[in-house]
Design a protein around this ligand. Structure first.
Ligand code: PEP
Ligand code: MN
Length: 339
């Protein structure tokens, strides 16, 4: 339910409503809009005493939330969520398209610093790179672990780029928070509910990738877990889904971008790299994603893609990235976005 406060309600009346909601065993989320404040009361609706809330001073009305996801939905919050990647970092969800780029895996110090400098120069705002890799085979390169995180932190020192890296297990939350600015939940963990709750209980922004067989509703319910646990800074990322098609690694479902924007206030990025699995498709699908209204792009860039220790077929090199960024700016301008 959404408790809509009247425009003249006081802070004391708002606090009272929050207290009532929490006494009912529900979670309250205060959303301050441009013209009024609402309290979303979420949880088991059998616990909700609508009459008591309706009767509280300063309450204008109680409105049911019809969608299965509540705090991720536009019914609760009309204004778009804008996420700051790091305290001094750039935004995702504003009019400006934000690009996060970097290698699939952090491989060594030189590789990372070289790519970080190049993507910064080309206009990226975030540096991605896996230190803990979710690999299909246990025999594939698994990442440099904490050493990789240290290189990422050094790259931030040198470039000012926000660091985005994947979290694989709840037991690594503290370690990753020490080095990273944004925690990435990968496609394979989109429904790892303990992990979703854990990133919801800390304050760094979360980049949530769509599960490879997740529906839009399941994707938004995964985001709901994070917000419901207390972290509003969620960025969604479409990265392609599994279909019968096998000429590319995944089928990049770009229609989810406007579809999500219709029902949710959360920003949505697109990863055309994992979404296609082939370097030659990355530029065109990046342009298509921006044309479709994406708030940003996540792109794998490697100084020497053919020798990459993971995802060699799909990474582009810094020069290709720079060209992509130039074309992307022209498409962004055509759809009234900055880049
Ligand atoms: C990644 O971005 O490094 C990654 C593993 O992607 P995904 O979770 O989308 O497969
Ligand atoms: Mn990869």
């Amino acid at each position: 339910m959404i408790v809509v406060m009247s425009p003249h309600s006081t802070k004391g009346q708002l606090d009272h409503v929050v207290k009532l909601v929490e006494e009912m065993g529900l979670t309250s989320h205060i959303i301050v809009g441009t013209d009024r404040t609402v309290v979303a009361a979420v949880g088991d609706k059998r616990m909700l005493d609508k009459g008591a809330l309706e009767n509280a001073e300063g309450v204008e009305k109680i409105v049911p939330i019809l969608s299965p996801y509540k705090v991720a939905s536009k019914e609760v919050k009309q204004e778009k969520t804008v996420v700051r990647l790091s305290p001094s970092g750039a935004l995702i969800g504003s009019n400006r398209i934000g690009v996060i780029a970097g290698p699939c895996s952090v491989e060594d110090r030189q590789q990372l610093l070289e790519v970080a400098a190049a993507i910064k120069e080309a206009g990226a705002i975030g540096l991605r790179g896996g230190a803990f890799k979710p690999r299909s085979s246990p025999y594939s390169f698994q990442g440099l672990a904490e050493k990789g995180l240290k290189y990422l932190a050094e790259a931030r020192e040198k470039t000012g780029l926000a660091i985005v890296t994947e979290l694989l297990t709840v037991s690594h939350v503290e370690m990753l928070c020490e080095y990273a600015d944004v925690l990435q939940i990968g496609a394979r963990n989109m429904q790892n509910f303990m992990l979703l709750k854990a990133v919801g209980e800390q304050s760094k922004p979360v980049l949530l990738k769509r599960g490879m067989s997740a529906t839009m509703e399941e994707f938004l319910l995964a985001a709901e877990y994070i917000i419901n646990a207390g972290n509003k800074n969620v960025i969604l990322c479409e990265r392609g889904i599994r279909t019968f098609e096998d000429y590319c690694r995944n089928t990049l479902a770009l229609s989810i971008v406007p579809a999500i924007q219709r029902v949710s206030h959360l920003p949505i990025m697109v990863d055309p790299t994992h979404g296609t699995g082939h370097a030659f498709l990355v530029e065109r699908m990046s342009l298509a994603a921006v044309a479709a209204g994406a708030d940003g792009l996540v792109i794998e860039v490697h100084p020497d893609p053919q020798h990459a220790l993971s995802d060699a077929a799909q990474q582009i090199d810094p020069q290709q990235f720079q060209q992509l960024m130039e074309k992307m700016r022209r498409v962004a301008a055509a759809v009234d976005r900055q880049a």
